[in-house]
Design a protein around this ligand. Structure first.
Ligand SMILES: [Zn+2]
Length: 248
C-alpha cells in the first residue's frame, strides 16, 4: 500500500500540549484557556443541616478561600491537603450556626482571617442561643478579623471575588460573586426553587426579596448559583421557575 493511502485515517497531530498530541489547534487553545481560568471548587455539605461549605482554590498559587466552614473541619482540612491548598481567607455568608460554627477551629488550624458582615456580628455573638435552637453543642466563639462590607473584593490568583450585601435572611447576609468563573455563592439568600427563611431573628422577607431583585437577578442569566444548602442552579433558571420570585 502506498504511504499516502495508509496514513489517510491516521489522526494528524498539528500541535502538542504537555507531550500529548492535540488533533486541532483550536482544541489546544481551548484546553489551555480552561486550565488557565478554572479555579478549584470543592463543595462539602457539612454538619447536621448539610451546609454547603465551598473551598475555592487557585491552581497556580495554591491559595484558597473557604466559605461557610459550618462543621466537619477535619473533612475540610483533608480536602485542602488533598489539593495542596493554603487558606488565605475564611468568608462567612451569614452568622447562622450551621454556616459559622467551625470557623474558629479552621482559623486556629490555618491562621487565616475570618470575614463577616458587621450587621451579623450580633448573631455571631449568640452562637450559644443558636445552639439551643438546634439542640447541638455550643461552638467556640468566633473572632471576626475583617468586616465583609458590601463591595469588599478579595483576590484568588487572577480572579476577583466580590462580596455583595444581600440582607433579608439575616441583616448581614452576603453573597460571593466571581465574574471570571461565572459563579455566585449565595448563602441562604437564594435557593433552587426557594429563598431563605425570614422567621428567625434579623429576618425580613421584604428586604430579602429586594436583595434578590436588585442585587442577584441583575447578574448574567447564565451565572451558576451555589446556595448554602441543596443543589446548584442558575440566575436564569430561578428567574423563570422560582415560585417565590414570580411577582418581583
Ligand atoms: Zn441561614
Amino acid at each position: 500500500m502506498k504511504e499516502s493511502v495508509r496514513n489517510i485515517h491516521k489522526p494528524r497531530f498539528l500541535f502538542e500540549y504537555k507531550g500529548q498530541p492535540a488533533p486541532y489547534p483550536t482544541l489546544t487553545l481551548q484546553r489551555i484557556d480552561i486550565l488557565k481560568t478554572r479555579m478549584i471548587h470543592v463543595i462539602l455539605p457539612v454538619g447536621l443541616l448539610q451546609c454547603n461549605c465551598s473551598i475555592l482554590g487557585d491552581e497556580a498559587t495554591r491559595e484558597a478561600i473557604v466559605v461557610d466552614p459550618g462543621d466537619e473541619i477535619g473533612r475540610i482540612a483533608a480536602s485542602l491537603k488533598e489539593h495542596q491548598l493554603t487558606v488565605k481567607a475564611i468568608v462567612i455568608t451569614h452568622a447562622h450556626i450551621d454556616h459559622i460554627a467551625g470557623a474558629q477551629k479552621l482559623k486556629a488550624l490555618t491562621g487565616a482571617p475570618v470575614y463577616l458582615n458587621p450587621d451579623d456580628e450580633e448573631l455571631a455573638q449568640m452562637l450559644d442561643v443558636q445552639a439551643t435552637w438546634l439542640g447541638v453543642q455550643k461552638p467556640d466563639p468566633v473572632e471576626i478579623d475583617s468586616p465583609a462590607a458590601d463591595g469588599t473584593s478579595l483576590t484568588l490568583g487572577a480572579a476577583a471575588i466580590h462580596l455583595i450585601h444581600t440582607p433579608g435572611h439575616t441583616q448581614g447576609s452576603v453573597c460571593l460573586y466571581i465574574p471570571s468563573e461565572n459563579k455566585l455563592i449565595a448563602g441562604d439568600t437564594l435557593f433552587r426553587d426557594s429563598i431563605g427563611r425570614t422567621d428567625l431573628p434579623g429576618g425580613d422577607t421584604r428586604k430579602l426579596l429586594s436583595s434578590v431583585k436588585t442585587r442577584l437577578l441583575v447578574l448574567p442569566e447564565q451565572t451558576l448559583v451555589f446556595p448554602g444548602h441543596g443543589p446548584s442552579t442558575t440566575i436564569g433558571r430561578e428567574k423563570d421557575h422560582n415560585p417565590f420570585l414570580r411577582n418581583l
